[in-house]
Design a protein around this ligand. Sequence first.
Ligand code: MRU
Length: 353
Amino acid sequence: MYTPAIKFEEDTLQIIDQSLLPGKFKYISLSNLDDSITAIKELKVRGAPAIGIVAAYTMYLQAKQLIGKSSDIFIRELNIFSALLSEARPTAVNLAWAIKRIKLIYQKKSIESISNIVNQIKQEAIKIHEEDRIACEKMGENGLTVVPDPCTVLTHCNTGSLATGGWGTALGIIYAAKESGREVKVFVDETRPLGQGARLTFWELIQNNIPCTLITDSTAGSLMKSGKIDLVLFGADRIAENGDVANKIGSYSVAALAYLNKIPCYAVAPTSTFDLSIKTGKNIPIEKRSPQEILHIYGYNFNLPEVATVYNPAFDVTPGNYLTGIITEAGIINRPSKKTVAEIVIPFLKEKK
Ligand code: MRU
């Protein structure tokens, strides 16, 4: 049903270059660390789970090049690569999470040959990819319970097949609703400044023949107030222990407006997006991006004087108590709090080990 954003075949890593969509659909190859870091920074690949998957495959491609080196050099080089990759984007925890899984393999003290360890890294990267595909399906299944029929959903940013290893998180629920025969319509927030809604979600929904209407971000509030929205679904880049959710800038406004208008509002994310080492959203690092992302469309193609500045955070944090719930592959966390997050996430992660 969906076009995969990431393909790994015959040791070749390819991604859809999302910076070109919707004008141009093109797969590009990522052959080494530099290619992947550039692709992640320039949002050719984006979305928390997708970034993690690409990072895992990249670690494999780099590890493969070190076959024949001593064990010390192998570990030292991979540590340098993982640090550089982790810094590519700071907010989405899936990046650091996937790299940590790869690290657990190559850093273990063992007498195994380097080529054996490289093969294990490859298997782990494939597993991370496949686990995300399955998690997306499960989130779709779990999320169906909150989708009335008919249903008009409002969504922010892009959380579909472009952003994950499967059919998506929040968009996955919309695809699941359509597959189950429900009548579902979607209002798509433009998602300024880079238009992940207008360029990517709108494109995905059109590809999947799902009725959709594009709106500017500032239209969401009045639509909610006029009773046109039944459900709000968006994704997450990092979720703190207490259920605070970092996601694309503007998600907080959407959640606050849903709260005010008593509309159910859910963040949808796999358990790989939880960072239980972080107590609250205040501790989540928020990426600041270039002023040019905002300025260029207004014709400011020159350096601003000191008196004028631009503030362009890529993410914001929605307090967990503004959300009706968080939908994960492990189940739905109702009324997110430290207690409800722990009840769903911790037993699931323990069982997975
Ligand atoms: O800057 P982006 O496009 O990587 O931001 C993406 C988001 O905020 C998504 O909502 C999030 O990563 C979840 S994707 C399933």
